[in-house]
Design a binder for this molecule. Structure first.
Ligand code: MN
Length: 226
């Protein structure tokens, strides 16, 4: 398979899993969920988390691996693939996004999530949005108003400006097709498969519940690493 691009990180070492600090696509792993399936209850129910993680997320991973297998992009970092994702088959965009987005989402949740970020991230949120409550409102609205399936994001551009956006399907802000390219800091899945078993059509209730399970330590780490 050839997509006529430079694979910028051709592996010289078959054991290498990273390229310039970024995950090499073909070496991406499907890791175990770092908490129990019922850890997010009562906010997100056990069966929803189990099916979402072990079926939906696993399928995106499997299909992404299949989509890049034996191609030039297999040895590129996932982020470099996203930078040119419009040049590749839809299966790369949909499943690569599906894999990466779910990794961020499940990682940025935890049992007994703290209600508020701290430190420099909280300062940046307050400076950008005026208050945490205003940020919460705007982020929630991004999820509520995303038509159909997609994601709401807290993002940071390359000048470290924070902003909120949303994307359809499994697109994300790292992709070249994004309206405003940026680094995702907080991911919220608003596909029906994320909430339908417990909340049915009430996406707003799921979004309200999401605020109870955010792992702000991880979001802050993403903010500081950039
Ligand atoms: Mn999902």
């Amino acid at each position: 398979m050839s997509y006529n691009v430079n694979a910028r990180c051709t592996q010289t070492n078959n054991q290498a899993v990273k390229c310039n600090g970024e995950q090499i696509a073909g070496k991406a792993e499907f890791k175990a969920l770092p908490y129990a399936y019922d850890a997010l209850e009562p906010y997100i129910d056990k069966l929803s988390v189990e099916i979402h993680y072990s079926k939906h997320f696993q399928s995106y991973y499997n299909n992404f691996m299949a989509a890049i297998k034996s191609s030039e992009i297999e040895s590129m970092s996932i982020k470099d693939i996203f930078k040119n994702v419009s040049k590749y088959p839809a299966a790369v965009r949909n499943n690569g996004g599906g894999y990466y987005n779910h990794m961020l989402y499940f990682e940025n949740m935890k049992a007994n999530g703290s209600g508020l970020p701290t430190g420099d991230l909280l300062k940046a949120i307050n400076k950008t949005f005026g208050s945490f409550d205003e940020f919460k409102k705007q982020f929630s609205d991004a999820g509520k108003t995303r038509f159909g399936s997609g994601w709401a994001w807290l993002c940071m551009d390359n000048k470290r400006n924070l902003f909120i956006c949303s994307s359809p399907n499994q697109d994300n802000p790292l992709m070249d097709i994004a309206e405003r390219k940026s680094t995702p800091l907080l991911a919220m899945d608003v596909w029906e498969h994320a909430y339908y078993l417990e909340y049915q059509n009430k996406r707003t209730d799921y979004i309200d519940a999401f605020w109870n399970v955010i792992n702000w330590d991880i979001v802050e780490k993403r903010f500081m690493n950039k």
